[in-house]
Design a protein around this ligand. Sequence first.
Ligand SMILES: NC(=O)c1ccc[n+]([C@@H]2O[C@H](COP(=O)([O-])OP(=O)(O)OC[C@H]3O[C@@H](n4cnc5c(N)ncnc54)[C@H](OP(=O)(O)O)[C@@H]3O)[C@@H](O)[C@H]2O)c1
Length: 243
Amino acid sequence: MTKIALVTGANKGIGFETAKKLAQQNIKVLLGARNENEGKRAEETLRSLSLDVTYIKLDVSCSADIENVRNLIENNYGSLDILINNAAVFLDSSWFGNNIETVPIQTLRNTFDINYFGTVELTQSLLPLIKKSKAGRIVNISSVSGSFAAHLDESHWIYTLKPYAYSASKTALNQFTVFLANALRETNIKVNAASPGWVQTSIGSEQAPLTPEEGAKTGVSLALLDEDGPTGTFSQAGEPLPW
Ligand SMILES: NC(=O)c1ccc[n+]([C@@H]2O[C@H](COP(=O)([O-])OP(=O)(O)OC[C@H]3O[C@@H](n4cnc5c(N)ncnc54)[C@H](OP(=O)(O)O)[C@@H]3O)[C@@H](O)[C@H]2O)c1
């Protein structure tokens, strides 16, 4: 039977390339995007490559969208095999320096609404459908900037980059990964966090060394784990990262 995947923020960047790679594995991919024009454009581009994708309106910070998506998946497919929690925003004023003393609380709230609360609400809502899959896979697209250990290590390249809102939202996402993996340990569902690396996208900037296609690889490989694969991990390109 054809597997069903949902990728959030699939209209561009790493999410778009993730959707493309999954569809190239003959998986039916639902392209979650908050902007209808952009979502439909992504759908058109991937369909022109003969890939089986369908745009689905999904702002992860909108409870009504989440409910619609759950109903649509339940009514059309009955279950969900792969959930890629990719959608995120970077709202700190800069990547450089440590803004902990001045970052506006509203920036923190707006960042967490999407990167953390939206992701948790969507995942909780879809979990009953993922439990109906023979081999559910949940991949949270995190970041090395969510790592406590990296931010404590003066020799780490991220040490001088301390945008607090974005980093803290990814740390919270990492904890969500661990708690959910533990809760689902006796099931067929695996939950892992992926760091894509530093990637040429709106969030990563043009200076980044990796293309979005390269940045999609870690998440895709965790989405395609077989039953012997790990759960509750944080990794990049197959290498474990410190939490
Ligand atoms: N690029 C990097 O170097 C890097 C490094 C580490 C981790 N990451 C992570 O990789 C993931 C993908 O980011 P990216 O680099 O590909 O950046 P991007 O090109 O800016 O893509 C972000 C995606 O998230 C979507 N999005 C934002 N808010 C949303 C919402 N409320 N509901 C639904 N979709 C929403 C965006 O949609 P719109 O087009 O409508 O804004 C866009 O599709 C993110 O989780 C990011 O934190 C990236």
